[in-house]
Every structure is written in structure tokens, then in C-alpha cells.
Design a protein around this ligand. Structure first.
Ligand code: MRU
Length: 339
């Protein structure tokens, strides 16, 4: 049994360095804001819900470790740290929601001891409630499938334990289907450039004895038809009010292909990944990352050193390509009305 991807451990924050998986299960101990910010930017911790959980624990850790005696100065430092954390990855809304909850507590606390305890309680609650939400949404996801049938499912990126600290979202549904003997096979695109599908999802599925097969990203169309995929299930980094969904780059391709082949395309996400202040996908900020991630595969250069590359980390799937959005509050279908 491995430890959780993110956990407060004594006076540190212990993480699994996801960049080293699957070759190496390496724990890293975070003591400072700088280390925490690096872990987020380098994707040692990743996945929308986990970014919220990690950031909440990071603020708690900074408060716990601070030697600052004056409450007002401590509050100022923590708010300053939060604005740096908010500047790391722009797309996953869970991170911003968790930081807003921490800011509320910082404003309210009357003593340093209260502040530390309240931050710790809140971070733990964010973590635990995410676990409950993943369980609930995974159960709701089951209702989309006919019992006693076996399904061939395609997914993308990693939406399980490594992305949520818990059972997961899209992978949560897949695990529930597997428990009921309803998975024929899961088709996992490698998810270039950082290979979350190949490195993390393949590892998780095999640990849980779920039949799975790795495919290249550019094989998804052919395989959907050739292998008779029954459904595509993906996660989300931010869902707008009209149901437009930002998720890992390549998700839009899957949605268009699923539409072409008439395969149901499901998005699975807890309500923490919804941003109802944004009317549609156009308003969702999309992270662009370094050219080097495209030019290299695990540090090995695969093009000319001076080649230019374009690296959007996420794309937007328009609502009309989504058959249903599975949440912890139930399954939503068009026209989406989440309020
Ligand atoms: O860049 P990443 O690895 O953080 O991207 C993760 C994804 O796109 C996931 O699909 C999404 O966060 C949902 S995780 C439950």
C-alpha cells in the first residue's frame, strides 16, 4: 500500500514526485513556499482536485512553520504566499477555490494558534470532502451504464488517485465499473507531452487489476472504430456555466472523434471544478507551458535544438460535444443548468 500523493506529515508536506513515476516511487518532503511552488510548476503534484488539496496544505504548512510572533505580519505573509501560489497554474479552478477558502480563514482568525488550527482543519476538510465527492460522482457515473454488460472505455491523462488523493473522477467511474465486472478494457492514450496516461494511468489501472492497453494519442480515432469503444470518460480542470469544459490537451480531439463515431462522451468532475462565474469556454484561462516539453520526451531531444514548439496544456470541449457531465450532485445533460 503506497502513501497518498499529498499528505501533511509531521512538520512537513509529503508528496509523491509524480514526474518520476512509474520507474521510481519517490517521496519528497516540502518545507518551504519555494519548494511547494516548484512542485506545482514542475507537475510533481498535478490534477485539478489535487492542486486544490496540495495548495491548502501548503498554506497550512507555512503557517505551522512560521516563527512570526505577530498575527498581522503572519497574515500578511500568508496572503502574499497565496498570491504566489495562485500564479503557478491558471486553468484548474480547484486551486483558486481552495485559496479563497484559506484567505477567508486568514481574515477571520484572532490568534496565531487559532489561525494554524483553522487552516489545518480547513485543508483536511477540503481533502476529505473531495474523497466523498469522488465516491458520490463515481456512483452516479454507474447509472450511465447498463448492468451486467462489459464496456470498452477510452479516457485521457490521469484522473485517479494521483490527481485527487482519492478514488478519482473519470477513473473513479472506471473503478466502480470494474468492481461490478463491467470493464472489458480501458484504452489509455499516452497523453503527450508529459505522458500522464502512459506513466500514471497505466500504473494505477494495473495496480487495481483493471484490464488496460496503452495507445498513442494519434491512434485514438482508428481505435475507436476498430475496437468498438463504447464510451469515452474524461476529467475536467474547469467547467464553465454553459458546460464548456477545459481538460488536458487532446480531450477536444477525443470529443470530436466520439461525436463522429456516435460514441457517448462523458465528463466527470466534482463541483469544485466548476466555475459558474464564467459564462462559456472562451473565458477559461488556458495554460501554455515550455516549448521544451514538446521538443523532448523525458529529457531526450526529439527535434532540432532550435525548433519552435507550441505547448497548450489544456483545450476546451464545447458543451454540444458532451453527452453528460457526471458530478457529485448527479448527472447533468443538455441544456446544462448547474445552479
Ligand atoms: O496538467 P495536469 O496533469 O495537471 O492535467 C490534469 C488533467 O487534465 C486532468 O484530466 C484533470 O485535472 C482532471 S483530474 C481529476
Amino acid at each position: 500500500m503506497i502513501n497518498k500523493p499529498v499528505e501533511l506529515y509531521r512538520d512537513t508536506l509529503r508528496i509523491i514526485d509524480q514526474t518520476r513515476l512509474p520507474e521510481l516511487m519517490r517521496y519528497e518532503y516540502i518545507y518551504t513556499l519555494r519548494q511547494g511552488i516548484r512542485a506545482i510548476k514542475e507537475l510533481k503534484v498535478r490534477g485539478a482536485p489535487l492542486l486544490g488539496i496540495f495548495s491548502a496544505y501548503l498554506v497550512t504548512l507555512l503557517a505551522m512553520r512560521s516563527k512570526e510572533r505577530y498575527l498581522s505580519r503572519l497574515k500578511k505573509r500568508l496572503l502574499n504566499a497565496i498570491s504566489k501560489i495562485e500564479n503557478t497554474r491558471p486553468t484548474a479552478v480547484d486551486l483558486f477555490k481552495a485559496m479563497n477558502e484559506m484567505k477567508d480563514i486568514i481574515r477571520k482568525a484572532k490568534t496565531k494558534e487559532d489561525l494554524v488550527q483553522m487552516l489545518r482543519d480547513k485543508a483536511t476538510r477540503i481533502d476529505e470532502s473531495l474523497g466523498e465527492k469522488c465516491e458520490r460522482l463515481s456512483e452516479y457515473g454507474l447509472t450511465l451504464f447498463e448492468p451486467n454488460k462489459k464496456y470498452r472505455i477510452m479516457t485521457i491523462c490521469n484522473t485517479g488517485f494521483f490527481a485527487t488523493n482519492h478514488i478519482g473522477t473519470a477513473l473513479g467511474i472506471i473503478y466502480k465499473l470494474h468492481e461490478k465486472g463491467m470493464i472489458e478494457k480501458v484504452y489509455v492514450p499516452e497523453t503527450r507531452p508529459l505522458l500522464q496516461g502512459a506513466r500514471l494511468t497505466m500504473w494505477e489501472l494495473s495496480q487495481n487489476s483493471v484490464p488496460s492497453v496503452l495507445i498513442t494519442d494519434n491512434a485514438t480515432g482508428f481505435i475507436m472504430e476498430k475496437e468498438g469503444i463504447d464510451a469515452v470518460i474524461v476529467g475536467a480542470d474547469r467547467i464553465a456555466r454553459n458546460g464548456d469544459t477545459a481538460n488536458k490537451i487532446g480531450t477536444l480531439n477525443l470529443a470530436i472523434l466520439a461525436h463522429y463515431f456516435d460514441i457517448p462522451f462523458y465528463v466527470a468532475a466534482p463541483f469544485t471544478s466548476f466555475d459558474l462565474s464564467i459564462a462559456s469556454g472562451i473565458g477559461i484561462p488556458i495554460e501554455t507551458r515550455s516549448e521544451d516539453e514538446v521538443k523532448r520526451i523525458r529529457k531526450c531531444l526529439i527535434t532540432k535544438e532550435d525548433a519552435r514548439a507550441l505547448n497548450f496544456a489544456f483545450d476546451i470541449t464545447p458543451n454540444f460535444l458532451i453527452s453528460a457531465i457526471v458530478t457529485d450532485k448527479g448527472v447533468f445533460k443538455k441544456p446544462y443548468n448547474f445552479i
